[in-house]
Design a protein around this ligand. Structure first.
Ligand code: UDP
Ligand code: MG
Length: 325
């Protein structure tokens, strides 16, 4: 698959995951296509992540008028991370930009990315300058997540770097070889390495519609991020267990000495209940952590495709969730 991109391969692919974004598609293209004057040729690849609004119909219409715009439509909502993976599978360009559809990622910044690409960089990421387009609670939680990830992680995530980026063909092929199901793209981009550089951009307000990420989805996403990149939570229980056992041992010694010196005192009922509940809680948490990892191992072992494509709009669109090359 990697070799049949053919002579007509565009210089740059633009990958845009979309979920219920029909009203943003034309405003996006109105700014994106002029911004792509900085490359010789391009294709724009929308990944319709199971939208339930007019997104697919609008994409069909746009493709009829301009075949440089192609689209893949999933059989259901698989999530933005998987949609990006499908875009990376299907992109034919010698490089690809990944961006959101809601104009939070300004298309004009692509020219800056391309300049760095021409300088020889292969993994060029946009760094958002401010977070005040997010609610304060979300910005705070996100900051804390980066701190925690940094403290645990084996890889470094530059804060403010997201999906808005340009990847060279070498980096795209590397990314295509990672078929894990619980996908945390930000971590994967950092993990593949390659010659990387950050380019600042001003993040804008979402053009129309509302964010497609609920706090529930974001929490899931944060878990995926940590669990797919570090086993520290799994190993931590060895240390926590050791410390708790040591404390139990010391208190046993203390109680024996107390009984010998002062004599047996009336045992405390409250402290007994509290410690039973505390240790039961600790055990449940550790079981939960095991479950997080076990669940992901199970998902991988089943070996299901990453995504299912229901419809392809535009020429030479292939690829399925199993692609591996
Ligand atoms: N998106 C997607 N699948 C989803 C959720 C979001 O493809 O399940 C797309 C969405 O259409 C948009 C991009 O991912 O193009 C970013 O989503 P959004 O703007 O809602 O996220 P936020 O900016 O709030 O992080
Ligand atoms: Mg957005």
């Amino acid at each position: 698959m990697a070799d049949d991109r053919g002579a007509q391969a565009p210089e740059l692919s633009v990958i845009v995951p979309v979920f219920n974004e029909y009203e943003n598609l034309r405003p996006l293209l109105d700014r994106l296509i002029p911004a792509l004057a900085c490359v010789k040729s391009f294709e724009i690849l929308f990944i319709d992540d199971g939208s339930r609004d007019a997104t697919l119909a609008v994409l069909r219409e746009i493709n009829r008028a301009d075949p440089r715009v192609r689209a893949l439509s999933f059989s259901r909502n698989f999530g933005k991370e998987v949609a990006i993976a499908a875009g990376v599978d299907a992109a034919r360009g010698r490089g690809a930009v990944i961006m959101d559809a809601d104009l939070q990622h300004p298309p004009e910044a692509i020219a800056d990315f391309v300049a760095k690409w021409r300088d020889g960089y292969q993994n060029i990421f946009g760094i958002r300058q401010r977070r005040d387009t997010d609610s304060p609670a979300r910005a705070w939680l996100s900051h804390k997540f980066y701190r925690l990830f940094g403290a645990l992680g084996e890889i470094e995530l530059p804060e403010g770097a997201g999906d808005f980026r340009l990847l060279d063909r070498a980096a795209l092929d590397a990314l295509r070889s990672l078929r894990e199901r619980a996908r945390f793209s930000k971590g994967l981009y950092a993990w593949i390495g390659f010659k990387s550089i950050g380019v600042p951009f001003e993040v804008a307000e979402r053009h129309l519609g509302v964010s497609k990420f609920s706090y529930r989805k974001l929490t899931r996403f944060a878990f995926d991020g940590i669990v797919s990149f570090t086993t520290v939570p799994l190993r931590a229980w060895t240390y926590i267990g050791t410390v708790i056992a040591a404390i139990a041992l010391l208190s046993a010694v203390y109680f024996v000495l107390e009984a010998l010196v002062i004599g047996v005192s009336a045992p405390g009922f409250a402290s007994l209940i509290v410690s039973i509940m505390f240790f039961a809680g600790v055990q449940m948490i550790s079981l939960g952590v095991l479950g997080e990892y076990l669940g992901r191992v199970f998902a991988e072992v089943k070996g299901r495709p990453l995504y299912l494509v229901a419809e392809r709009i535009g020429e030479a669109l292939e690829g399925n969730g199993m692609a591996k090359s």
